[in-house]
Write a protein that binds this ligand. Structure first.
Ligand SMILES: [Zn+2]
Length: 436
């Protein structure tokens, strides 16, 4: 039997004022005992592993459009203390390679829950495709109600446990150009109803308030992004009773970043150790943000601010899910999750905000993960009988800092060994890439 003992540590998500002695036997918590000594403040904090609530394993986040092998992606998550990942479409494309990697890995992989392939609209009369068709992962196009049955069955056969519906026409602001076709109201209502009847969680991809309002009215409650074209008012929040939103700031930001912003963003520990180093050379050549080149710098900058405000308002209501949209350009697996926490925190230095963000990114994220997986959630992930999957944090470090220690199902994650393994995978003939 292997035993690890952690004495006098803080577990703020259980009790912010108390210290605990924790014992792990054979990968499971066997003691989580409060000790009769008040917290002084500087003690190491134990938190559940992070849950990434919006990722795409099969999308290329690298600037040369290459897709890292899922063997690397799994290690990128572990390195950053992310132990649960929600894949928001595309996972079946890389599932075999993921399984092969897991079988070979000395470290337990992060847990994944996925939706299979997304459903979207048919091409419309003006020749516009449904959102999702532009990505290198399949989507199902729904023309009539019975098409949904085919999509649900095929996804279930591939291990999907929830549904992802695309419902955005790509407008950034009211009046900006329409880029995608959208599902009809009839199909949208039918999709929400069928998912509800069958107990399949349904997540919908919307951008604007108008789209979010429409989808809510049709029965959707889980939104893959925060509203980006306006700050929600108190009246809006009343209207969106029970709706939850994923933050996804890190996925939007690369479009408006300058060369200096990129240099700063890529300078944290963990970037060179886990990500494709060619990305550094690419961003050095960026003379102006892509937002300026494409004429969307102002709208995207405003969108990022609105998304942050809406995400924090959701946090206040217990309805924020922390996720990045990683897999999109410049939104790196694992690394961008820690960026997301810092972007959400912004200039607000209050310890209470940091506490609530980390709680939502761990305990709240885990509950969401279990819900999407269709399995019961424990009362608290740090309790006797639960797998010992957790991070130890220095309370004085910023939210974007790597955990001091990551343990997955009782196995300590060796960051240096992971970095060496990633480097070895990148040195092979495939350069650690997969072609779909
Ligand atoms: Zn996404």
């Amino acid at each position: 039997m292997t035993t690890h003992i952690y004495k006098g540590i803080a577990i703020p998500s259980l009790d912010r004022a108390t210290l605990f002695d924790v014992v792990v036997d054979d990968g499971v918590f066997t003691h989580v005992d409060a000790v009769p000594r008040p917290r002084g403040g500087g003690e190491t904090e134990l938190w559940p592993g992070y849950t990434e609530a919006h990722a795409h394993f099969a999308l290329p986040c690298n600037w040369d459009d290459s897709l890292d092998s899922p063997r690397i992606t799994a290690l990128q998550y572990l390195y950053h203390g992310v132990t649960q990942v929600v894949d928001m479409f595309g996972f079946p494309v890389i599932a075999d390679e993921w399984e092969a990697g897991r079988a070979d890995s000395p470290w337990p992989y992060p847990e994944v829950v996925h939706c299979g392939y997304a459903v979207t609209a048919m091409t419309d009369g003006a020749g516009r495709n449904g959102h999702g068709v532009e990505f290198p992962a399949p989507v199902y196009m729904l023309a009539v109600e019975s098409d949904l049955e085919i999509a649900l069955r095929a996804n279930a056969e591939r291990g999907a446990t929830f549904l992802k519906a695309m419902f955005t026409d790509g407008t950034e602001q009211p009046g900006s150009p329409v880029r995608f076709s959208r599902l009809s109201e009839r199909i949208l209502r039918f999709t929400a109803r069928m998912a509800e009847e069958r107990g399949i969680p349904a997540v919908i991809d919307c951008n604007t308030l108008e789209e979010t309002r429409f989808a809510y009215e049709c029965g959707f409650r889980l939104f893959a992004h925060s509203v980006r074209d306006t700050e929600l008012t108190e009246t809006d929040w009343k209207e969106f009773d029970g709706a939850r939103f994923v933050s996804t700031l890190a996925g939007l930001r690369p479009m408006i970043m300058s060369g200096d912003d990129f240099a700063a963003e890529y300078s944290r520990e963990g970037f060179v150790q886990t990500q494709d180093p060619h990305n550094l050379a690419f961003v050095q050549k960026i003379e102006q943000p892509f937002g300026i080149e494409y004429g969307v710098q102002e709208t995207r900058t405003a969108a990022l601010q609105d998304m942050r405000r809406n995400a924090l308002a959701a946090l206040d209501r217990g309805r924020l899910l922390v996720g990045t949209d990683s897999g999109n350009l410049g939104a790196y697996h694992g690394y961008s999750f820690l960026s997301e926490l810092e972007l959400l925190r912004g200039e607000d230095p209050t310890p209470d905000l940091a506490f609530r963000l980390r709680e939502q990114a761990t305990v709240g994220g885990r509950r969401y993960f279990d819900e999407l997986a269709g399995r019961p959630s424990p009362e608290h992930p740090i309790s006797v009988g639960q797998p010992a999957t957790f991070n130890l944090h220095d309370p004085a470090s910023p939210l974007s800092a790597l955990p001091e220690t990551t343990v997955v199902q009782g196995v300590p994650i060796d960051r240096d060994a992971i970095a060496a393994e990633i480097s070895a995978l990148r040195a092979t003939d495939t350069k650690g890439k997969v072609i779909l």
